[in-house]
Design a protein around this ligand. Structure first.
Ligand code: ADP
Ligand code: ADP
Length: 219
């Protein structure tokens, strides 16, 4: 469960996000849609406690992210490639994330398998990875702690059509087992097949929300 109430972020006088409220329920994938610069990343960073809000609140499983003990065991986050050091191999990257999250190395190996990076790719340095491979590694990092909530910022960026199809199956499966997913994209076609509900943001404000049918029926 993710709850966002009246989240606002101003840089100087300029609002990047203004009075944004929405919920993401267990068992659902929420597509967070909006053009570049709309405020998606800022909202997600506030949910994850990386950007302090000017006002408003965000909770994950009922508490602010910063107050979750061992957040990696509850919330899987893919915000950008910042958690990947270019000089490390894929396997080293995931082993480190697993260690920091407090799960075993076997779990790291299983996640490499799950995202299709086991074998040769896992032994290569991240510096030589394509963007799609880095996204797959990021998804593995997000999943390694066996979380019940996933917050993914533009994970389809850099994935080829086959990769987008694969991610769709993975997220559907995660939600069908009771997980909560918040998934951002600037492209409807990347998320429309997997998301149950949509929150549309433009110019820092919520422009629309609901199921695809509700959005299409809106005046
Ligand atoms: P609440 O009544 O819990 O304060 P909000 O004011 O946040 O709810 O939301 C108003 C309406 O928008 C409600 O009908 C709620 O179900 C709906 N809503 C909230 N979050 C979402 C979402 N992620 N997707 C679709 N609809 C939503
Ligand atoms: P999106 O993720 O939808 O592309 P962002 O959340 O990255 O949008 O950005 C929303 C707005 O906030 C943009 O106008 C962006 O330029 C501005 N912004 C984001 N981060 C900062 C920052 N650190 N300082 C100033 N402005 C920022």
């Amino acid at each position: 469960m993710i709850s966002v109430e009246g989240l606002t972020k101003r840089y100087g006088d300029v609002p990047a996000v203004e009075d944004v409220s929405f919920h993401c329920a267990p068992g659902t994938v929420t597509g967070f849609l909006g053009p570049n610069g709309a405020g998606k990343s800022t909202t997600m960073r506030m949910i994850c406690g990386l950007t302090p809000p000017s006002s408003g609140t965000a909770t994950v499983q009922g508490v602010p992210y910063g107050r979750i003990a061992n957040p990696g065991r509850h919330v899987g986050v893919l915000l950008d490639a910042a958690a990947q050091h270019a000089g490390r191999t894929g396997r080293e990257t995931l082993a480190l994330t697993a260690m920091l999250t407090g799960v075993g190395r076997d779990r790291a190996g299983a996640m490499l398998d799950l995202v299709g990076l086991s074998g040769r790719p896992a032994r290569r340095r991240v510096a030589g990875y394509s963007l799609g491979m880095r996204q797959r590694l990021g998804i593995a990092q997000a999943l390694v702690g066996d979380p019940s909530v996933l917050i993914l910022d533009e994970p389809a960026n850099g994935l080829d059509p086959e990769g987008i199809f694969w991610m769709r199956g993975l997220l559907r499966d995660f939600a069908d087992r009771g997980g909560t997913v918040l998934l951002s994209s600037h492209l409807l076609r990347e998320v429309e097949a997997v998301a149950d509900r949509f929150v549309v943001i433009a110019g820092g404000r919520i422009a629309a929300r609901g199921t695809k049918e509700e959005l299409l029926a809106a005046p």
